[in-house]
Ligand binder design. Structure first.
Ligand code: ADP
Ligand code: MG
Length: 250
């Protein structure tokens, strides 16, 4: 979800000098770490020069795993520039834009996208476990707070693929009316679904608190059917907030 001051910062950091472009590129999106252009029939994600290239490599690897699951068919291609990734172009708009223009079905689509991701086949899917990465970069104190919660909830519930950044800017609505496309899989991890619901809660609480009630209403029945109690959800929100706070320091 866009946060205003971050968007302003991103605009200032826009890298339009990329050597791949001949001047006909158009900006189609801004993310936290990159600007995205439409250019000669493809989308190009141009990361800020300060972004760690190891994370770009990791995002490409995640995308190829996700391609194999069938959850997203947008392929990533290498370019000669370490900071520029070429992608299949989705001819569409974000669900966020559609909602801003009055579309009322956004929360139902979000809930359906969670169900789709969480019901994907897990066998052989090489995505890291949340337990394996959640402690990176957090203080010892916070690590001791969050890891036991992940263990407790992982023992209580089944794990599945979690997108862990599923919000309205990461769901694209193709203009031809075909199925919504979930993008931006770098955060995906194997974990109980409660962490996916909690992550989105934390993002919305930060960027669009006025819609939190609608979000909770849209996913309540699905969370209940997974056996998620209020306490489980509150614990997962605490974990997600610690991880979110750490990300903001990047
Ligand atoms: N393959 C694509 N086709 C069309 N638009 C895209 C594509 N990938 C990203 N976008 C647009 O760019 C925005 C930012 O891309 P995203 O991959 O989510 O970056 P970030 O990781 O910085 O959030 C998206 O919200 C969307 O508007
Ligand atoms: Mg994104």
């Amino acid at each position: 979800m866009a946060c205003t001051n971050a968007s302003t910062q991103r605009l200032k950091n826009m890298n339009t000098d990329n050597r791949f472009f001949d001047g006909t590129q158009t900006v189609i999106g801004h993310g936290a770490q990159a600007d995205v252009y439409s250019y000669h029939g493809y989308a190009y994600k141009v990361y800020r020069p300060t972004y760690n290239p190891e994370w770009i490599k990791f995002e490409k690897a995640q995308q190829s795993v996700v391609n194999a699951t069938g959850l997203c068919n947008v392929r990533y291609y290498d370019t000669e520039d370490l900071y520029t990734v070429k992608m299949d172009l989705i001819d569409g708009e974000t669900l966020e834009k559609k909602m801003r223009e009055g579309f009322a079905g956004g929360f139902d689509i979000l809930a359906a996208m969670f169900r789709k991701v969480h019901s994907a086949e897990l066998d052989g899917v090489k995505i890291p476990g949340l337990i394996d990465t959640a402690g990176f970069g957090v203080s010892d104190e916070n690590r001791q707070k969050i890891l036991p919660v992940i263990v407790r909830l992982s023992e209580k519930m089944d794990s599945c693929i979690c997108h862990l950044d599923l919000h309205f800017l990461n769901i694209m609505m193709p203009f031809d009316g075909s199925e919504p496309v979930i993008i931006d899989w770098i955060n995906a991890r194997i974990a109980p679904a409660v962490f996916d619901y909690a992550r989105t809660y934390v993002i919305l609480r930060e960027c669009a608190p006025e819609v939190l009630g609608m979000y909770e209403a849209a996913v309540a029945a699905d969370m209940r059917s997974l056996g998620i109690t209020d306490e489980d959800f509150a614990d997962a929100v605490m974990v997600s907030q610690v991880i979110r706070d750490r990300e903001k320091k990047d």
